[in-house]
Design a protein around this ligand. Sequence first.
Ligand SMILES: [Fe+2]
Ligand SMILES: [Fe+2]
Length: 200
Amino acid sequence: MSRRPGGGGPVCLRSATDPAWVALALDRFDEVLADHAHCEKKAAANALSILQAYPEVPGLPAQMARLAREESGHLARVLELLERRGLSLGRDRGDGYAQRLQQLVRRDQPARRLDRLLVAAVIEARSCERLALLAEALPEAPLRRFYAELAQSEDGHQALFFRLAASAHGEEAARERLDALLEAEAALLRGRPLTPTIHG
Ligand SMILES: [Fe+2]
Ligand SMILES: [Fe+2]
């Protein structure tokens, strides 16, 4: 398939997900669903954390407030799905993929702000790719529609984070750093075992 991984936004992922991940995710979908709920929770929390850290960027506070609300909405809907399946959420086991990407965030400002926005953009792009794969492969039509809708929403989020990075740091600086982070992301993913999680 020639479709570009990670949606149509400015963040163009350097690798496509291994098809074996899709087979594993379908086989152990209950585990993927619980992990997905935790991902949406962390996306909502990260939006508020970015609002807290960088209120000086024009437009950022309102956009992060709206994003936190949208991600909380996703969280509520995934939790409903879990409930309908008689599943409980369980504890957050952490997201090693996202943690490793966060380690690439530089310590000193303004590089730190640029990196936090771009790492968020990259995670949204990978989430978009994975959710779109589920949208194609899940056996039940309502679930396929749900995941297609969420994939589109995450595509919008990667574009939003890139726009904020480019407006605060300049388009060229943002693109250059994004390139380096995308290389690192592809290498990171190659080195990780496949697991029944959104980023595994
Ligand atoms: Fe989301
Ligand atoms: Fe998102």
